[in-house]
Design a protein. Structure first.
Length: 201
């Protein structure tokens, strides 16, 4: 379940002017140029989570690679699987050496149900390259806040039978961990591939 329009609108209000400058910088800045960007207003931030193999993983583990991050939950009946599949197809559309520079990451917004074991079965369906991350609810909430992700239980008939409303954009973070771009999973895979190709430096 996705509250996409509201979230994209919110995100646009929050980050649009700054995101545009960060995005343009990727293409226009010359080496040595330094354009100040108020980093505190951009999505991102460090994290300390646990991957699908039960290993602690932090943002530092991905330093030096781009990260394409999607937030969702494994019980999502509709859009999450479609979006994740499209994310992997978009990456496959890049030349292999460029695709290898990007670490695709799925971060659950439902850590109570999405244990490492559950994540492992899930990410494996999409790609051996897809890293799944979960963690303590407080740690996941911190990451959601950092990335300005909206996620909330939408229906709780019982403790275990509920769905999550959540935003569904993809974030491209740079090898330095800083925000580069936001991608809309409702675009066609080929459009996403083209956008990623433009974003890579
Ligand atoms: Ni979903």
């Amino acid at each position: 379940m996705h509250h996409r329009l509201a979230i994209l609108a919110t995100l646009a209000v929050l980050i649009s002017p700054v995101a545009a400058s960060a995005h343009d910088m990727a293409h226009m800045a010359m080496p040595g140029d330094s354009v100040p960007v108020p980093a505190g207003t951009l999505p991102g931030g460090g994290f300390n989570l646990i991957d699908q193999n039960g290993r602690p993983r932090s943002d530092k583990d991905f330093a030096g690679r781009y990260q394409l991050i999607y937030f969702g939950f494994t019980n999502c009946p509709d859009e999450c699987p479609v979006d994740l599949k499209k994310m992997m197809v978009a990456l496959d559309g890049l030349p292999k050496d460029n695709a290898a520079r990007i670490a695709p990451i799925f971060i659950t917004v439902d850590p109570e149900r999405d244990t490492p074991q559950v994540l492992k079965g899930y990410v494996t369906m999409f790609s051996p390259n897809l890293t799944g991350l979960t963690g303590k609810p407080a740690d996941v909430t911190k990451v959601e806040r950092g990335y300005k992700v909206y996620a909330a239980k939408a229906r709780s008939d019982s403790a275990t039978d509920y769905t999550m409303a959540h935003s569904s954009q993809m974030y491209l973070m740079g090898p330095d961990g800083k925000f580069i771009d936001v991608l809309d999973p409702h675009d066609k895979a080929a459009q996403l591939t083209a956008q990623l190709a433009r974003d890579l430096r």
